[in-house]
Ligand binder design. Structure first.
Ligand SMILES: [Zn+2]
Length: 145
């Protein structure tokens, strides 16, 4: 896990949170699997299927940015990313795996039912730690497309 990369994400994004961490980690995996570098931005693209902080994490770890026009957001409320190498016509699809979805559900439940703000913040911090340290297979379903 690249700690300095995450530091940059949190600086760029303005705060640390689970979704920016997940976007970052998804971009790291996709970049590795597609064997692309930052300078390859002209031949790659990413589609994000839900609007969230993940977009900022991706822009740091994967060579696609809003301004370069190779990052598109289709807010379909699906926890999914598609990273594409448009030259080689291949890509990587990443969706959220069950342990992560369960964690998200627990957090949503606590946010809704817990009255003690400190407990909500405590769980939020636990959630961030989880997204930073969980095994890839626990958080993501990764498929070549
Ligand atoms: Zn955020």
């Amino acid at each position: 896990m690249n700690k300095s990369g995450l530091k940059l994400v949190y600086w760029f994004h303005g705060h640390s949170c689970p979704m920016s961490t997940l976007g970052y980690r998804a971009g790291v995996v996709a970049k590795k699997l597609l064997k692309v570098k930052r300078k390859d931005y002209y031949k790659v693209s990413v589609k994000v299927f839900f609007k969230s902080c993940a977009v900022d994490g991706i822009q740091i770890s994967f060579p696609a940015t809003y301004a370069n026009g190779n990052l598109t957001l289709q807010d379909e409320k699906r926890f999914a990313f598609e990273f594409l190498d448009n030259e080689k016509k291949r890509g990587v699809s990443i969706t959220f795996n069950k342990p992560l979805l369960d964690f998200m559900e627990r957090y949503a439940h606590i946010k809704k039912t817990e009255k003690d703000e400190k407990k909500i913040i405590g769980f939020f911090k636990k959630f961030i730690k989880y997204t930073q340290s969980a095994k890839l297979n626990d958080i993501f379903i990764i498929k070549e497309i």
